[in-house]
Design a protein around this ligand. Structure first.
Ligand SMILES: *[C@@H]1O[C@H](CO)[C@@H](O)[C@H](O)[C@H]1NC(C)=O
Ligand SMILES: *[C@@H]1O[C@H](CO)[C@@H](O)[C@H](O)[C@H]1NC(C)=O
Ligand SMILES: *[C@@H]1O[C@H](CO)[C@@H](O)[C@H](O)[C@H]1NC(C)=O
Ligand SMILES: *[C@@H]1O[C@H](CO)[C@@H](O)[C@H](O)[C@H]1NC(C)=O
Ligand SMILES: *[C@@H]1O[C@H](CO)[C@@H](O)[C@H](O)[C@H]1NC(C)=O
Ligand SMILES: *[C@@H]1O[C@H](CO)[C@@H](O)[C@H](O)[C@H]1NC(C)=O
Ligand SMILES: *[C@@H]1O[C@H](CO)[C@@H](O)[C@H](O)[C@H]1NC(C)=O
Ligand SMILES: [Cu+2]
Length: 401
């Protein structure tokens, strides 16, 4: 029952993650506002000669205006991606991607006709070698430059409306960290002022489809990086956990022996550097996160505010949340009562469905519980626990009907 609206939303959200194909960031592309790269398979834009797609004008209905965002044409993300591009590849059939070079999720083969069913598994059900392979993929992604995508290091206006492009390389893992930052960052209003009450991926109906699409793209990038076409993100089933059971050196990194908010040197995650964490600095400078390394991953599981989040959600919490009949209800934001999305996201008490601003439960509870990099929305994807956590949140959606 839920799948129909969800896939419809997925379609709407395609491309709204903030990706910039490397092939589309010259001043020529930006001034012409065209992003229709060549598909190397046949040398034509959007793989047009092979019938994969064609270069089309983007037509959007005007974004709804409302009190939640009392501005117009001040933020590059409005009516995405039309500030940057008004012509992009529209792919046909089972093709997708910026040049229609990829297959839609769930398909493979040279014509993307083979159906492929992939299963995400509980991380504790992986064999040691499967689990170690997953960890190695994470580390490889963190240390491999993304050849397909780059990030902008400034706004469109700061690029003189496209005549002076400012883009930068980023690694495959951090591209996703950056996209999650970009979708949830504040709006820069000039001078030193910002609009903080904005987020294109949280606290609204888009929360679940946006993160679902994000995970699917993440999987696809890892599949392409490693050639492991069957790769799926494992999930962490945190129900009834009394502590962070994946916070060990065998899994996502144990605690440092002397510094409780750092990771154990026995885990390679202890040497990972975060990006996009200095939000106040960006706002003061009216700049974007430019993916400069900003220090180690921080995590201090269980040291959180227990008044706000007394425990990791229980099986009963999940059952109760799944029994909420309406996907959205009432105000469609964090104040909504009896809303499946708002309750699963964590702004309502799962046992009553009543919104409560002094509690963080369900999805939010895990972010708060980690008491570190995971706890700040914009930079949370720096901690690879984000991926395992969201894979489990996504699984809850599958169990909802
Ligand atoms: C797309 O952008 C280009 C460059 O600014 C402009 O010339 C063209 O008129 C735009 N097309 C549409 C349909 O807005
Ligand atoms: C960029 O475009 C905006 C809106 O059209 C305009 O107000 C501004 O002057 C332009 N800036 C530059 C540097 O061309
Ligand atoms: C992926 O899974 C399919 C079906 O289970 C199998 O035939 C294929 O060999 C697997 N491919 C790889 C690269 O593991
Ligand atoms: C990148 O961002 C950091 C933090 O805001 C800033 O200190 C640095 O100057 C920026 N680097 C470039 C090349 O803009
Ligand atoms: C960690 O938890 C303490 C309360 O126990 C809180 O004051 C602090 O802001 C939290 N830090 C992060 C990064 O969440
Ligand atoms: C949700 O329920 C609470 C408690 O009944 C109520 O105070 C609040 O106004 C409700 N929220 C909305 C948006 O209706
Ligand atoms: C909200 O949560 C706080 C702290 O757990 C609790 O004291 C309060 O009764 C709750 N409010 C509602 C309306 O449930
Ligand atoms: Cu998020």
């Amino acid at each position: 029952m839920l799948l129909v609206p969800l896939y419809y939303l997925l379609w709407i959200f395609q491309g709204s993650l903030g990706q910039f194909p490397r092939a589309c960031v010259s001043s020529k592309n930006l001034l012409e506002k065209e992003c229709c790269p060549i598909w190397s398979g046949d040398g034509s834009p959007c793989g047009q000669l092979s019938g994969r797609g064609s270069c089309q004008e983007i037509r959007l209905s005007r974004a709804p205006q409302g009190p939640q965002f009392p501005f117009f044409r001040v933020d590059d993300r409005e009516e995405w991606p039309t500030v940057f591009y008004n012509r992009t590849c529209q792919c046909s059939g089972n093709f997708m991607g910026f040049n229609c070079g990829d297959c839609k999720f769930g398909f493979l083969g040279s014509n993307c006709q083979e159906r492929r069913l992939l299963l995400r598994r509980n991380i504790f059900d992986l064999s040691t070698s499967e689990k170690d392979k997953f960890l190695a993929y994470l580390n490889l992604a963190k240390h491999t430059i993304n050849l397909d995508y780059v990030i902008p290091t400034s706004t469109y206006a700061q690029m003189n409306n496209g005549s002076t492009p400012l883009f930068k390389d980023i690694n495959i893992y951090d591209l996703f960290v950056w996209m999650h930052y970009y979708v949830s960052r504040d709006t820069l209003l000039g001078g030193s002022s910002v609009w903080k009450d904005i987020d294109f991926a949280h606290e609204a109906p888009g929360f679940l489809p946006w993160h679902r699409y994000f995970l699917l793209l993440w999987e696809q990038e890892i599949q392409k990086l490693t050639g492991d076409v069957n790769f799926t993100i494992p999930y962490w089933d945190w129900r009834d956990a009394e502590e962070c059971t994946i916070c060990t050196d065998e899994y996502m990194g144990g605690r440092h022996p002397t510094n409780p908010s750092r990771l154990s040197p026995a885990s390679f995650f202890s040497s990972w550097k975060v990006i996009c964490s200095r939000l106040e600095e960006y706002n003061i400078q009216q700049s974007l996160c430019n993916a400069t390394e900003e220090g180690p991953l921080l995590r201090n599981p269980g040291n959180h505010d227990r008044g706000r989040t007394p425990r990791i959600p229980t099986s009963a919490d999940v059952e109760s949340c799944l029994s909420l009949a309406q996907y959205e209800a009432g105000s469609m934001d964090r104040a909504a009562n009896f809303s499946f999305r708002n309750t699963l996201e964590g702004f309502a008490d799962p046992l009553t469905g009543i919104a409560n601003s002094s509690q963080s439960s369900m999805h939010n509870a895990l972010h708060i519980y980690m008491n570190g990099t995971m706890s700040q929305v914009q930079g949370s994807a720096n901690d690879p626990i984000f991926i395992l956590h969201h894979a489990f949140v996504d699984r809850s959606v599958d169990n909802y009907s």
